[in-house]
Write a protein that binds this ligand. Structure first.
Ligand SMILES: Cc1cc2nc3c(=O)[nH]c(=O)nc-3n(C[C@H](O)[C@H](O)[C@H](O)COP(=O)(O)OP(=O)(O)OC[C@H]3O[C@@H](n4cnc5c(N)ncnc54)[C@H](O)[C@@H]3O)c2cc1C
Length: 516
C-alpha cells in the first residue's frame, strides 16, 4: 500500500498530514511521527489557575494576522475546514490593539504611526528619524550593495540612515525573529525593498512600484491556478458569510481557548481519518533509502517504510537523521516567554497590542518586547478581572544550548522590565516562564544562496523521496508554515502516482520567488 510519512507534529507537520488526508485516496496511508509526547510543537496554550481565576497563557504564538494574502487566507480556510469558526476571537481594525503599537525608546513608550491621521500630533522621538530616512532614500541614487546579500542593518543604514535601523527596524525584527538585524538577511526578509534598490537607481521607495509590476508579471504565469483558488474562496464566503465578515473587519485573531485550539483540532481531525496514524513519544533517529522506498527508524526500534517522506522538523534534527549536513546547519534563536497575570484589569499605562524594544534601547535583561494579551483579545479572559501580559526575553545561545538561565532568573528579569518600562507597581498573581531553546530559525545573511544548496541536498537524498516544510523555509509565522504545507501538497506533489519518486523538495517555489 502506498504510504507517506510526515516527520514532526508541529503545526507544519500536522497541516501537511491534513492536506495529504484531503487529497489522497483512503487506500494510501499517512503516518505522522512526533518525537515528544505532545502534538503542536511551539504552539502551546496553558490554562493556569491564578488568584481564583482561570488564566490563559500562550507559550508560543498568540495571534494570527488577517488579510487577503495567500498565507493569511490559508489559515482562515483551515479554520473554516476544521469548523473552528465559532471558536475564533478577533481584534477589530478599529480597536486600540489594532491601532496602538509602541516602541520603547528614550525611557518611554512611543506610539508608532498607524496611518495618516495618526501623524497629526507629529512623530514620536523613536520615529523622527523616519522623515530624514525617507528624504535620504528619495534623494540618493541607488547603487546596490555590490554583493548578493547584506544584513538588514547595513541595508537600512545605507538607504535610510542608521537611526531607522537602531530605533525601528531592529525592534520589529527582534520582535519577529528574536535576532539582531546585523545578522539577518535583507535579501530574504526585505526582498521587495532589497530588489527595488538593486534593479534601478531611483531609490527604494520609488523603485517599489517597479518591483510590484515585476511580481505581477511573474504571477501572471499562474493566473489560471490563482483564479481557481479565488473562485473556491468566494464559494466558502457564501457558505459562512458571518464568519468572513467578522475576520474582514479584524486585524488579528486567535481562539477563545488559545492558539492550541488549532493544532488540537488538526490532531483530532487526523485521528478520525482511517488511513492516518499519529505516533507520539518516539523520535525518528534515522532516515535511509530501502527497497525503492524510504525507511524511517524510530528510537523505540520500530521502522516505517514510506513511498515519500515529508520532513517538518527543525533543520538540525533532519540533518542528524541523515548523518549530518553542513548545509542544514542553520542557527535558531532562543527566547524566554514569561506570562504574567495581575488580579485587576488594565494595569498597563496605555491601551494597545504591546511594545517592542529596539537595539537603541536594549538592556542586559534581553527584553525584546511585551504583549498586552488581555488588551489584545479580551474575550480570552471570559470576564475575569485579570490582566495578562507576556514579556519576551532574548537568550544568548552558545553552541548547543542556551547559556545558564533559570526560570527564576528570567521571571525576575521580566518583572523588572515591567516595573521599569510600564511602572507597574502591583504584585502579579501568577508568573510563569518558559525557556524556549532554539525556537525561531535565524535567516542569516546569505540565506537565499543557502536555500539553493539545501534544495540540491534534499533532492539528492532518498532517491527523490524527501520533501521539506517548516519554519526554516517559507517563513516562521504560523500562516507561512501552513501555506508552505498546503502548497507542497496541493500544488507540487504528484499525487496521481504515489509510488514513483516525487522529486519535489518543497523549496522550488520559494527559491523562484527570489528570482524576479
Ligand atoms: C515564543 C514564540 C512566539 C511566536 N509567536 C508567533 C505569533 O504570534 N504568530 C505566528 O504566526 N507565529 C509565531 N511564532 C512562530 C511559530 O509558532 C513557529 O514558527 C511554528 O509554530 C513552527 O512550527 P513547525 O511545525 O514548523 O515547527 P515546530 O513547532 O518546531 O515543530 C517541530 C516538531 O518536530 C518534533 N521533532 C523534533 N525532532 C523530531 C524527531 N527526530 N522525530 C520526530 N519529531 C521530532 C518536535 O518535537 C516538534 O513537535 C512564535 C514562535 C515562538 C517560539
Amino acid at each position: 500500500m502506498a504510504g507517506f510519512t510526515v516527520l514532526g507534529g508541529g503545526v507544519s507537520g500536522l497541516s501537511t498530514a491534513w492536506y495529504l488526508a484531503q487529497r489522497l485516496p483512503r487506500t494510501a496511508t499517512i503516518t505522522v511521527v512526533e518525537g515528544s509526547d505532545r502534538l503542536g510543537g511551539w504552539v502551546r496554550t496553558e490554562q493556569r489557575a491564578a488568584g481564583g481565576a482561570a488564566v490563559l497563557a500562550e507559550k508560543g504564538p498568540r495571534t494570527l494576522r488577517t488579510g487577503v494574502s495567500r498565507e493569511a487566507l490559508a489559515v482562515l480556510e483551515l479554520v473554516d475546514d476544521l469548523d473552528l469558526r465559532s471558536a475564533v476571537v478577533t481584534a477589530a481594525r478599529s480597536s486600540a490593539a489594532a491601532r496602538n503599537r509602541f516602541i520603547y525608546y528614550g525611557g518611554e513608550l512611543n506610539r508608532m504611526p498607524s496611518g495618516l491621521a495618526s501623524l497629526v500630533g507629529g512623530l514620536p522621538p523613536a520615529a523622527r528619524c523616519l522623515a530624514r530616512g525617507v528624504w535620504q532614500d528619495l534623494t540618493t541614487r541607488s547603487s546596490g550593495s555590490g554583493s548578493s546579500d547584506e544584513s538588514i542593518h547595513d541595508f537600512v543604514a545605507r538607504r535610510f540612515g542608521a537611526a531607522v535601523d537602531d530605533n525601528l527596524a531592529s525592534a520589529v525584527m527582534r520582535g519577529i525573529y528574536a535576532a539582531d538585524t546585523r545578522d539577518l538577511s535583507a535579501r530574504a526578509l526585505l526582498f521587495p525593498f532589497w530588489l527595488a534598490d538593486r534593479t534601478g537607481t531611483t531609490g527604494v521607495l520609488r523603485g517599489l512600484p517597479r518591483v510590484a509590476k515585476l511580481s505581477r508579471a511573474r504571477n501572471a504565469v499562474h493566473a489560471q491556478r490563482d483564479a481557481a483558488e479565488r473562485k473556491a474562496h468566494a464559494e466558502r464566503r457564501r457558505r459562512h458569510p458571518g464568519f468572513w465578515e467578522a475576520v474582514d473587519g479584524a486585524s488579528m485573531y486567535s481562539f477563545a481557548d488559545g492558539m492550541q485550539t488549532l493544532t488540537d483540532a488538526l490532531a483530532s481531525a487526523l485521528r478520525t481519518c482511517p488511513n492516518v496514524s499519529v505516533l507520539t513519544g518516539s523520535p525518528a533517529v534515522a532516515l535511509r533509502a530501502r527497497d525503492g522506498c524510504a525507511e524511517v527508524a524510530l528510537a523505540d526500534g520500530r521502522t516505517l517504510l514510506a513511498h515519500h517522506v515529508v520532513s517538518a522538523l527543525p533543520t538540525r534534527h533532519l540533518a542528524s537523521l541523515l548523518g549530518g549536513s553542513a548545509v542544514l546547519d542553520m542557527p535558531y534563536a532562543s527566547v524566554a516567554v514569561v506570562n504574567v497575570a495581575y488580579s485587576e484589569r488594565n494595569v498597563t499605562p496605555v491601551d494597545g497590542f504591546g511594545y517592542l524594544v529596539p537595539r537603541a534601547a536594549a538592556s542586559p535583561s534581553g527584553a525584546l518586547g511585551v504583549v498586552f494579551d488581555s488588551r489584545a483579545l479580551p474575550p480570552q479572559d471570559r470576564g475575569a478581572p485579570v490582566d495578562r501580559l507576556t514579556v519576551m526575553l532574548g537568550l544568548p545561545t552558545t553552541g548547543g544550548s542556551s547559556t545558564a538561565v533559570t526560570t527564576a532568573s528570567v521571571e525576575e528579569a521580566a518583572l523588572q522590565t515591567l516595573r521599569e518600562h510600564l511602572r507597574i507597581a502591583q504584585a502579579p498573581v501568577d508568573v510563569d516562564a518558559t525557556i524556549a531553546t532554539h525556537c525561531i530559525p535565524t535567516y542569516t545573511v546569505g540565506y537565499v544562496d543557502r536555500l539553493a544548496d539545501i534544495h540540491k541536498w534534499v533532492a539528492s537524498q532518498l532517491n527523490g523521496r524527501l520533501s521539506v516544510v517548516g519554519a526554516a523555509f517559507g517563513g516562521p509565522a504560523v500562516p507561512q508554515c501552513v501555506l508552505h504545507a498546503r502548497d507542497l501538497v496541493q500544488r507540487h506533489l504528484h499525487l496521481d502516482d504515489l509510488e514513483a519518486p516525487q522529486n519535489v523538495t518543497g523549496l522550488e517555489e520559494i527559491i523562484k520567488g527570489f528570482d524576479l
